[in-house]
Design a protein around this ligand. Structure first.
Ligand SMILES: *Cc1c(COP(=O)(O)O)cnc(C)c1O
Length: 356
């Protein structure tokens, strides 16, 4: 059996998806399931769909292509990352819709769609302060009207993305601004916009207190479905679980050693000057055969009573002194993962993915 391995509990992801889809549904919001942290896994995508998400989204065209191939033509696929103009043809061929902010790219999508005898749905992204993608609010109407005038693309709606670069949290105010832009636009184009997409997992916390503005009808949710984390409040989202993915790694060294490195101090494996660890005297230390290539050590939470001391590319160091039963070489320790570690382990070719 290959190690390290990532145990994937599809039915738990499904339960999380159901909780989120139902919560959002009560506020009239449809959920698009985001698969980018798990390489567009079709297994996870299916679990999300069983749980009630209305479509799927990913930031990588390769992942969407796999989902299209394996899940068929009926399923709605959204490209999350702004399209590369060099890939306009593929974007139209693979995805039903994409998030956009550049007129030049939208024109290329329009042209590609006309060539393919299709219409491609465009969601115009508005920057509401996080300063990642999106047009500034004051330019939104003019650009949206220019999109509306192109026949190869359909102005499907407006969207925003928060809590990604600037750490800006969705509020009644900033999402309210999105809704009022959408309303203004609807009166100018004399029709309802299909989609007003109010962000990602970090917007979910507004729903239960009734703080999400009426008019938001879509959220694009990855992290809260995958690992039950409310990224707006940075706490577990009630009704979801975080033991959906478990990383297992094998002990390759167990020794009693001092807890503070000795000798002249230079740099660690990544050129960083190491912080001196606290002196806990001699203690039982273990090395697990997993490292920074596969996980982020700060993002792992041990299932057993061990403490993570640090990691290099291929080694994870742990304090084993609190374990109740004496650890043996070849034993495996288990960890739950945060988003960064899930992303890294899902994308690491060294981590065996085991679907349960
Ligand atoms: C990653 C991403 C999402 C999903 O984010 P989560 O925090 O995983 O819910 C939604 N929208 C865009 C544009 C993204 O890039």
């Amino acid at each position: 059996m290959k190690h390290p391995r990532l145990l994937i509990h599809g039915h738990k992801v499904e339960e999380n998806a159901r909780c989120i889809a139902e919560t959002a549904g009560e506020a009239g919001i449809k959920v698009t399931g985001v698969t980018k942290a798990v390489c567009g896994s079709t297994h996870i995508a299916r679990a999300m769909l069983r749980g009630g998400v209305q479509g799927l989204a990913d930031s990588r065209l390769e992942n969407l292509q796999k989902l299209r191939r394996e899940l068929g033509e009926e399923i709605s696929l959204m490209l999350l990352r702004l399209p590369m103009i060099s890939q306009a043809h593929e974007v139209v061929a693979i995805a039903d819709m994409s998030l956009n902010s550049e007129m030049k790219v939208i024109r290329a999508l329009h042209q590609a769609a006309k060539n393919q005898g299709k219409t491609h749905k465009v969601v115009l992204m508005i920057d509401l302060g996080d300063l990642r993608e999106g047009v500034m609010p004051e330019e939104a109407t003019e650009i949206a009207l220019a999109v509306e005038a192109l026949e190869g693309v359909e102005l499907h709606g407006l969207g925003t993305n928060l809590t990604c670069y600037g750490g800006i949290i969705p509020t009644r105010e900033n999402l309210g601004q999105l809704v009022s832009l959408a309303k203004d636009l609807e009166s100018k184009v004399s029709r309802k916009l299909e989609m007003v997409s109010g962000g990602n997992s970090s917007s979910l916390h507004l729903i239960r207190p009734g703080e999400i503005p009426e008019g938001i009808n879509n959220l694009r949710v990855g992290e809260t479905i995958l690992i039950g984390n409310d990224t707006g409040l940075n706490e577990p989202f009630p009704g979801t679980r975080s033991d959906t993915f478990i990383l297992e790694a094998e002990l390759i060294e167990i020794k009693e050693k001092p807890s503070v490195p000795y000798g002249p101090v230079g740099r660690d494996a990544f050129g960083r000057v190491p912080k001196k660890p606290k002196d806990r005297g001699r203690h039982l230390r273990g090395i697990l055969a997993v490292g920074e290539q596969d996980i982020n050590p700060e993002g792992l939470k041990p299932v057993q009573e061990v403490e993570i001391l640090g990691a290099s590319s291929d080694h994870l160091l742990v304090d084993l002194s609190k374990l109740e039963t004496e650890p043996q070489i070849g034993d495996r320790l288990a960890f739950t993962l945060d988003y960064g570690s899930l992303l890294r382990s899902a994308t690491s070719p060294y981590v065996e993915k085991v679907i349960l």
